[in-house]
Design a binder for this molecule. Structure first.
Ligand code: AMP
Length: 171
């Protein structure tokens, strides 16, 4: 399956200089969406106890993968969205800082999880998510993405946690 043909680059969105990888055509195509979810879930079948989805496109993919694997989904969300007690981790953005939160009881200590998001760019978002998962005493088996922007070096920021992406753009 040529999944790049279902991903379009929107130049200068949301800011000048950013080439935004828009996965909405992929999600809108039943065969392509199913293929992507199947490739991710087959890699982790029998190997994880839970899926952690990163807001917001990570929820769409993570929920489908969790359903396919028959395991639970835990959500890592932007600040102020989760109703119960949370852990929070802040991280650097290109301009300034942001933070992510997880419920204190979102994962069983000792459980093995895969972190799912649509795209790995600088790695800051996934790194903060890994930190939250580890705060809960769970283990990240791997971070899984549909797309990796290889030229931004996010993989190195996640090291020694492993990274897997279905496709990569190198410029
Ligand atoms: P980063 O923390 O730099 O790895 O950014 C990853 C997060 O920002 C993911 O949740 C992506 O959905 C989003 N993101 C960053 N850059 C892009 C891009 N060029 N196209 C689409 N989404 C992006």
């Amino acid at each position: 399956m040529d999944i790049k043909s279902f991903i379009r680059t929107i130049e200068d969105f949301p800011r000048p200089g950013i080439g935004f990888k828009d996965i909405t055509p992929l999600l809108a195509d039943g065969e392509a969406f199913r293929w992507v979810v199947g490739r991710v879930s087959e890699r982790y079948r029998g190997k994880v106890d839970a899926v952690v989805g990163i807001e917001s496109r990570g929820f769409i993919l993570g929920a489908a993968v969790a359903y396919d694997l028959g395991v639970g989904l835990s959500m890592v969300r932007k600040p102020g969205k989760l109703p119960h007690q949370t852990h929070s981790v802040s991280y650097e953005l290109e301009y300034g800082r942001d933070s992510l939160e997880v419920h204190v009881d979102a994962l069983e200590p000792g459980s093995k999880v895969v972190v799912v998001d649509d795209l790995l760019a600088t790695g800051g978002t996934a790194r903060a998510t890994v930190d939250l998962v580890q705060k809960l005493g769970a283990e990240v088996v791997e971070c899984a993405f549909v797309i990796e922007l290889g030229f931004l070096g996010g993989r190195a920021i996640l090291d020694p946690v492993r990274t897997h992406a279905l496709i990569s753009y190198d410029d």
